[in-house]
Design a protein around this ligand. Structure first.
Ligand SMILES: Cc1ncc(COP(=O)(O)O)c(C=O)c1O
Ligand SMILES: [Zn+2]
Length: 382
């Protein structure tokens, strides 16, 4: 049965209902009978839309796409141990969020909705803005005041209305809920259509591995839009008997904002309130993740684990990757710091996949600050 479903109160709604949450106030999920015809898929363009029959958009005419996806899965060597890294920083707007935005904004077009709002630490807001620009949909993005200049520039140049909210990321999340009213909330946290896009991350990895699942996957996690999408994707391939296992999920959080790590390690039933501090990894600094319980459950079910990393480790990993020629943003480097920690204890025969989630060009101020700390002369504005 194809439908929106609330796992709290068991209510169901049509996939064409213009709603982003249940009447009971809880998050919604999507039940969808995905179909995979491997012969057909193989012959299609190398984009995330090659899995067309697994994406719940009815009419091809509503697809909003820049031919994104099918990003390279590239081997990067960590002291003799090869890790396969999905280069999702190479998406049109510079982050993996384009996966979710492409499907979500296609759904918005299908619903004939003319206006959306979204809140973000920057990358999801940039992605939603770009796809709304392509679709001719009005878009208003709420971001915390301190968001990276590159992301703020992108959002505005794509033509979205920018609302900067003083205070924390949580203050921004509250401000947008007040603004939602009758406007459709194109949220990467609440809206389950976003996860129908990020699930293609799992499809691509398995196809790039000759339709096999990796043993382990190491992912950054804040609100879980990548981790939960990947988990849905692997499960759909398992149900279709295309792969024979779900990879173990290793989730990486920043030590300065790690509510999910704490919930997992202390086996808590609820996501705890934490005293979060600023971190270089702005994209995963989510103190109150809406889908927190789902994330912890997915990691547990995959027989996985959580790892925390501190800002020094993130900085070190960022420099290490740049020296290898990969220019990624600090949030993305937190994953690399997680890989380093994981490798200290891992079985070296595992096929391990990870990801570059965001491009370094988005966070030039932070990159310059890191350079300045090393005594490299400050670049003068021309
Ligand atoms: C660069 C980058 N990496 C990772 C994430 C993690 O996001 P999530 O847990 O929502 O998938 C984000 C979110 O904004 C991000 O911008
Ligand atoms: Zn409900």
């Amino acid at each position: 049965m194809n439908q929106l479903i609330c796992k709290e109160c068991k209510a169901t709604y049509s996939l064409n209902a213009p709603r982003w949450k249940c009447d009971c106030g809880s998050i919604l999920d999507i039940e969808f009978e995905s179909v995979f015809d491997l012969e057909k898929i193989k012959k299609r363009k190398p984009t995330m839309w090659r899995y067309r029959e697994a994406i719940p958009i009815q009419d091809d005419a509503n697809i909003v796409s820049f031919d994104e996806g099918f990003t390279p899965l590239t081997e990067v060597n960590f002291d003799g141990k090869p890790i396969l890294i999905k280069q999702d920083h190479l998406f049109p707007t510079g982050s993996f969020k384009d996966r979710g935005a492409s499907v979500l904004i296609s759904k918005v077009k299908e619903l004939e909705t003319k206006e959306v709002v979204e809140d973000s630490s920057g990358n999801a807001g940039s992605a939603i803005s770009a796809y709304c620009a392509k679709a001719g949909i009005d878009c208003s993005i709420f971001v915390p005041e301190k968001v990276a200049a590159g992301k703020v520039a992108q959002i505005q140049l794509y033509g979205a209305k920018l609302n900067e909210v003083p205070g924390t990321r949580e203050d921004t999340a509250e401000a947008v809920l007040e603004a939602v009213g009758k406007v459709y909330y194109a949220s990467h946290s609440w809206n389950p259509f976003f996860l129908q896009g990020t699930k293609t991350f799992a499809f691509e990895i398995c196809e790039q591995l000759d339709w096999k699942a990796p043993d382990t996957i190491i992912l950054p996690v804040g609100g879980g839009s990548l981790l939960l999408g990947a988990y849905i994707g692997f499960n759909e391939l398992l149900n279709a008997e295309i792969i024979d296992k779900i990879p173990k999920i290793i989730a990486v959080q920043s030590e300065n904002c790690a509510p999910l790590y704490k919930a997992f390690k202390e086996n808590l039933k609820e996501i705890p309130t934490i005293n979060n501090k600023e971190t270089l990894a702005e994209g995963i600094a989510i103190a109150k993740p809406i889908r927190g319980k789902q994330i912890v459950e997915a990691v547990k079910k995959s027989d996985g684990n959580f790892i925390i990393v501190n800002d020094n480790e993130i900085k070190k990993s960022l420099k290490e990757m740049c020296k290898k020629g990969y220019y990624i943003e600090p949030t993305s480097a937190s994953t690399i710091a997680g890989i380093r920690k994981y490798l200290q204890k891992s079985n070296f025969d595992e096929v391990t996949v990870s990801v570059f989630t965001g491009h370094g060009l988005k966070t030039t101020e932070k990159m310059l600050k890191i350079l300045n700390e090393d005594g490299v002369p400050k670049l003068v504005e021309k």
